[in-house]
Write a protein that binds this ligand. Structure first.
Ligand SMILES: [Zn+2]
Length: 74
């Protein structure tokens, strides 16, 4: 089996009393509201919302090969 290609997910911190929709969070860990980390996936959001979030998050990180500095080239 081949390993799947690496995927990038946008994560964000939201206040647990400000989200729309359902999350596995019930404020049982203390007084709210809490800042909770959520993973924003394309499938869970409508395209307009996701594109808005994506625009704020920016492009996916690009791996660049770092060229090693050559030594002894004085
Ligand atoms: Zn909470």
């Amino acid at each position: 089996m081949r390993a799947p290609a690496p995927q990038y997910f946008i994560h964000g911190f939201i206040m647990c009393n400000e989200y729309e929709g359902e999350l596995a969070h019930s404020c049982q860990h203390g007084d709210g509201p809490h800042s909770i980390k959520v993973c924003i996936t394309k499938t869970d959001n409508d395209p307009a919302t996701f594109n808005k979030i994506k625009a704020q998050a920016g492009d996916k990180p690009v791996y660049k090969k770092v060229r090693k500095r050559q030594k002894g080239m004085t």
